[in-house]
Design a protein. Sequence first.
Length: 320
Amino acid sequence: MVVGDIVGHGIRASATMGRMRTAVRTLADIDLAPDELLTHLDDLVVRLSEETSADVSDPGEVGATCLYAVYDPVSRCCTFARAGHPSPVMVLPGGAAQEVELPAGPPLGLGGLPFEAAELYLPEGTVLSFFTNGLIESHDRDVEAGQGLLCEALSASTGSLDETCDRILHTLLPTGSACDDVALLLARTHGLPESQVSTWDIPVDPALVAPIRKQVTDQLGIWGLPEASFTTELVVSELVTNAIRYGSHPIRLRLIHDESTLICEVSDASHTAPHLRRAKMWDEGGRGLLLVAQVTQRWGSRHTAEGKTIWAELNLLAQE
């Protein structure tokens, strides 16, 4: 979840926002931690500002604020990082709206300053509100008053996020107009129950890959997903074998599923990232990841404090 705000208005600001959106999507796809992602965005804004300053016909600086958050439905933890952006407001189930206390972080474009992430456990059904300062600031109302109105509108939630959005906008922008750009994003957390997650610790023994495939097939049968067995066995075999051959102990396999998606994750203690390549005819290996990429909807890798995780996503609806 991400909300950002570019300094200024007009064609240049719109073009900068477009480039920032593309950068955020690209960085999000490689699973960067929120604070690392903001660091890369900061570098981008610095370069954009330098390019703009070099344009003698239309010089000027580029700046932006950003709030980036990643929610893990298995652990029910959300990791936040912000760059000079207003903190989100949350409503815990049965509670009143309150601001999430986060490290402020410098605005994007200053360069060289650190960003700090914060992790927060969110109970099932927590509502998060992300917004730009144009929502709570106006000529006739200070930020504190706007924040208070936002909390009141959020606390009166009826359950529908669409209705809550409408109520917030009508409360803070009764005339339907604002002196600045306004963005509002609401999200309600839904965690995955333990029954939809299965984890195995993998011994460093290639001979045990076949029994692991059998355990995976049995688990899919318990979940009522036998149609996904063939593809999942193939993915598990390739990823686990690669981890045993090229990774470091400990190795862990995790399957996660909801109604439409099955995710296979293999984690190990090595920080070396895999690379997709096309093996030559005489190569004995090198086809595993290419095969995984062809039979799954998406795949990727992310670095963790302990090493890395390779994941592959299967579309269960396409398996039927």
